[in-house]
Each structure stands twice: as C-alpha cells, then as structure tokens.
Design a protein around this ligand. Structure first.
Ligand SMILES: [Zn+2]
Length: 94
C-alpha cells in the first residue's frame, strides 16, 4: 500500500476501528515512514486538543485546514451507513 492509502486510514486507526491485521501493517509502516508517522502524531494531537478543549497545538494553518476538512468528511459519512460508498471519495479530495 502507498502512503496516500495509509493516510486515509489514519482516522480509523486513531478511532481503533482498523481491523487487527491492517492495524499491525500500519504500525509497521509507521516505524519506517516518517511522513505517515508525522501525520498520525499531528492528527492525534489535533483530536486530543479538540477533545480536551485546551489551547490548540501550534500547527500550520494549511495543515489545520486539511485536518478540519478531513474531520468534517470523517464525521459526515458517520451519519450514514458505514458501508455507503462516497466516504472514501470524500477523503480523496483532501
Ligand atoms: Zn507512509
């Protein structure tokens, strides 16, 4: 799998919704791939700060916008059935 495929799974990973087998593969990928590891860390921190409503972490606004877009596209498919197609497409636009 390519990095862009993995980055689409980061949300699921952080939500513990990734199947065990994929989770293991992803974690192995993170050990080798600084880019994806950084994405995971950044998103994790963003989610944490949103949850705790503490002062936001200092990340570039461009990154923040991407995160917000990603969170929104992540939250909206939630309201529909998880298997509904379109969720993946939405993520690809980010
Ligand atoms: Zn990667």
């Amino acid at each position: 799998m390519k990095c862009e495929d993995w980055t689409e799974l980061i949300d699921l990973y952080l939500d513990n919704e990734l199947p065990e087998s994929l989770r293991g593969r992803f974690e192995r990928h993170l050990m080798r791939c600084a880019g994806c590891a950084f994405e995971v860390r950044t998103l994790e921190q963003t989610l944490d700060s949103l949850r705790d409503t503490v002062s936001p972490v200092k990340i570039p606004s461009a990154t923040l916008e991407r995160m917000e877009a990603r969170l929104q596209s992540r939250l909206s498919p939630r309201l529909k059935t998880p298997t509904a197609n379109g969720g993946q497409r939405t993520l690809r636009l980010v």
